[in-house]
Write a protein that binds this ligand. Structure first.
Ligand SMILES: Cc1ncc(COP(=O)(O)O)c(C=O)c1O
Length: 410
């Protein structure tokens, strides 16, 4: 058993109870399938919304099983990528008609980055000389790998720098800049408005990866003039394992968006079966091939949980949850045993808390065995994601308490 300070446990448990009682989003937890584990891994795979299995069963049994090919039209399969894009749009601050759903984030990073270089090179000799892609040096690896390949294909040099150093390296050679809104490892939130403005001031094109921010905090794509953005839907958007990603193309850029993967789904007349390619108008240009309908319609159903939910309220609760977790960790965990690497400042914090811990892999294994599910990122990071739609303050207190107990044993 723990030898935690009983008074501290009692005080923080009571605070958690009051915070849960006052939580205006608490009712949303019932929209998900959860058990008595504390699930703090929604930043990796979001929980299952309770109504999704029935919807998927209907898609399989009726739309596929009975209507078969008719469903492309009658069940709206063909237009699902744009329709679901419009459901995601308000969650990332985009007006309709700018997001298309499909493919993985990795594939969308490729489309966006190559298209960004092509956009930057328009407009005469000044544009043509742009031969550098700047990438976040601390990025989730796939973005870095894809950026390296995009650079080779476009004859650019890849320049990996930390986000804080980006303004200092921008110049007339910069074509495109690929940044993560929230760092997957540390949970640091980068300054999207000012970095985007700096990229534009240099005449370059900004591409943002929203995997760890969409559904957890306001993004403001339109408001901040973001050019292109990508993101996954299986984290805070709860779309399910491997659910399709999305691509945002700002309206003013759509007519010039030149996809490096111009599949037939992005053709102006896909059923014209023409040998010459002519791109469709609008965000549809970001489509490639036949959409993965089962995953896509599971995602569409999952987005129902957002009906009536404000992203600002989600952000407020996310900050309250992460504040409370940091406080409980400070109170319970033996001094020096873990070091928070997530910024304390709200303006720099996403919806996760990362703790540096020597034996992080083993500690997380034991935490999971005790019903507190976070994850571990090599070499030494314990990651705890807080999905405001279904995580409560009692969960937070319990996670910190079990973490402290686990650490005291080792
Ligand atoms: C920032 C970021 N980009 C991309 C990905 C993964 O992309 P994909 O959906 O292609 O696997 C992740 C996955 O966790 C991520 O955190």
């Amino acid at each position: 058993m723990s030898d935690l300070d009983a008074a501290a446990v009692s005080e923080l448990s009571e605070r958690a109870r009051k915070l849960d009682a006052a939580d205006e989003l608490a009712y949303l937890r019932d929209r998900f399938v959860l058990d008595d584990t504390v699930y703090l891994d929604g930043n990796s795979l979001g929980a299952l919304p309770a109504h999704v299995p029935d919807r998927v069963a209907d898609v399989v049994r009726r739309e596929w099983g009975e209507l078969r090919i008719r469903s492309w039209e009658e069940s709206g399969w063909w237009t699902a990528p744009e329709r679901i894009g419009d459901r995601i749009a308000p969650l990332v601050g985009a007006a309709p008609g700018q997001i298309v759903v499909g493919d993985s984030t990795s594939v969308n990073v490729f489309k966006a980055l190559v298209a960004a270089v092509r956009l930057a090179r328009e407009g005469g000799p000044a544009g043509a000389g742009r031969d550098e892609i700047v990438v976040d040096a601390s990025t989730f690896p796939t973005d870095g790998y894809i950026a390296e390949s995009a650079a080779r294909l476009t004859g650019c040099t890849l320049r990996p720098v930390l986000p804080a150093e980006v303004p200092g390296v921008l110049g007339e050679r910069t074509a495109a800049v690929l940044l993560n809104h929230v760092d997957y490892r540390t949970g640091r939130l980068h300054d999207l408005p000012s970095l985007t403005a700096a990229v534009h001031a240099a005449g370059a094109v900004a591409v943002w990866d929203l995997c760890h921010s969409a559904g957890a905090l306001p993004v403001g794509l339109d408001e901040h003039d973001v050019d292109l953005a990508v993101g996954c839907t299986y984290k805070y958007l709860n779309g399910g394992p491997g659910s399709p990603a999305y691509l945002y193309v700002r309206r003013e850029l759509q007519s010039r968006f030149d996809s490096p993967l111009p599949g037939w789904n992005s053709h102006a007349e896909p059923f014209g079966m023409r040998s010459e390619y002519a791109p469709a108008e609008g965000a549809v240009r970001g489509r490639v091939g036949t959409p993965d309908i089962l995953s896509m319609l599971a995602l569409e159903a999952a987005l129902d949980v957002w009906d009536g939910v404000s992203v600002d309220a989600v952000r407020a609760k996310s900050l309250a949850l992460t504040d409370f977790f940091l406080e409980c960790v400070r109170e319970y965990v033996p001094e020096g045993r873990v070091v928070p690497v997530t910024p304390v400042a709200h303006a720099e914090r996403g919806s996760q808390v990362a703790l540096r811990c020597g034996d992080a892999g083993e500690v997380m294994r034991r935490l999971i065995a005790r019903g507190v599910v976070g994850d571990y990122r090599a070499p030494d990071i314990l990651r705890f994601g807080f999905t405001p739609l279904y995580v409560g303050f009692a969960d937070v207190e319990r996670a910190a308490r079990v973490l402290a107990e686990t650490l005291r044993e080792s």
